[in-house]
Ligand binder design. Sequence first.
Ligand code: FAD
Ligand code: MLT
Ligand code: ZN
Length: 475
Amino acid sequence: MNDLLDRLRRRVGDAHVLTEPADVAAYVVDWTGVHVGRALAVVRPGSTEEVAAVVAACHEAGTTIVPQGGNTGLVGGGVPDASGSQVVLSLGRMRQVREVDPVAGTMTVDAGVVLADVQAVAEQAGRLFPMSLGSEGSCTIGGNLATNAGGTAVLRYGMSRELVLGLEVVLPDGRLWDGLRGLRKDNTGYDLTQLFVGSEGTLGVITGAVLRLFPATPRHATAWVAVRDVASAVSLLALAQQHAGAHLATFEIANRTALELVLAHLPGTSDPLAETSDWYVLVELAGAESEGGLDDALEALLGEAVDAGLASDAAVAGSPAQRSALWALREGISEAQKVESATLKHDVTLPIAGLAEWVAEIGPILQARLPGVRPVTYGHVGDGNLHYNLNAPLVDGHADDAALRSAAVDLSTAIYDAVAAGNGSISAEHGLGRTKAAAGAAYKSDVEVDLMRAVKQAIDPDGLMNPGVLLPPQS
Ligand code: FAD
Ligand code: MLT
Ligand code: ZN
């Protein structure tokens, strides 16, 4: 092993091969704090050539690699296992924006560029890179593509896979695949770019990407709307689509518990409505500078929603500061949940038509398994994607984290069974990682799992890239 570390140090410099516990600490625990591993070393290459050299050296030594971007993933896919034998390959030093072409509508970046920086560079060029996540200040484009991240702009622009045209990838044996093509049309065989999107570091290390840019949408009309229930939210979505058409950019839901956690734990937040409601929707219309009328469209939508009994009240943002305040209520939920107590995350999609019934049915099933468990239900309802997260029950005013942990398997199994029965997916946007690798395979057909294993075997025959992530070990 010392030979490998010496070789890595020669390739990337002593300062970028971390082995001291204090130096590696932040790289071996995930954002949720649930996954805590150990690493042989954390290696921080500064260029594609250095990534290729690191991967080649690990390949020769038979050492497994965990690629890591911003380490904001929610399923434990970016941190090492407990063996202490894995190399964490951090893309954190690869932060160059290589090229912006506003006319072609493309931006070519290193994989380690932080999402918020990509958004800012696009804006400076008068364009929009629409992907938006609560973690955008730390997550990287490489991580976004490796997880096929979603977020709050999927309704209008699609998932990460729809925002990328080409990739540069270091393969498990250290060879480089240069697929950095910005072509809109390229029907020359299997779509290798899309194969790596969503592969969660199990097929290679993404080192660069050609991203798609869109016309800027500097105008916004935003409202926080009190709705009666999930069925009303779904009806409001249909109404919003009629009123706003392509201007409908965001349609997010949150239950009252989610809002209360934000208000309790995030300083500076406040409830914009006088009366409480069980459910809320954050709706936003967005348009180009030349596209006026968004405020009128939103007002008409809200008026009709109140008349139809779908909404009881709404707060409309009258300034950029008010818009940010409404967004903070939605974007702060993950953080507030973490501060509150132990949390069990479920990132599910269902056909939108079945969403309301699913929510109504799952609640009592979970209460029977763990009385008092608190569903913190929110997410991208416009995409049929709910974060059906559970917080620990309160006992004498204190969160009973131990009770949630011991009921975790039972609760998650009940949720996944109900998702499968409703023709949904147990991972809408976070991926499978370590947390859900086994469940992911269990809810797929044997044929689908065989195909996935065949792809893995073809590209990574020695199983060196992120083993135990996405696919469970074979028994
Ligand atoms: P990491 O966490 O470092 O890694 C994630 C996975 O990608 C790992 O399997 C890792 O091995 C692999 N990987 C990372 N970089 C590379 C690379 N260059 N090449 C190959 N593999 C790589 N996700 C959503 O989809 N939608 C949301 O709305 C959303 N909101 C969030 C809000 C908060 C507050 C937080 C903390 C997370 C949220 N996430 C969300 C999850 C997370 O931010 C995304 O999964 C993000 O895409 C991860 O990017 P990262 O750079 O942090 O990747
Ligand atoms: C979000 O949309 O805020 C996250 O994806 C949800 C989560 O943290 O579970
Ligand atoms: Zn989400």
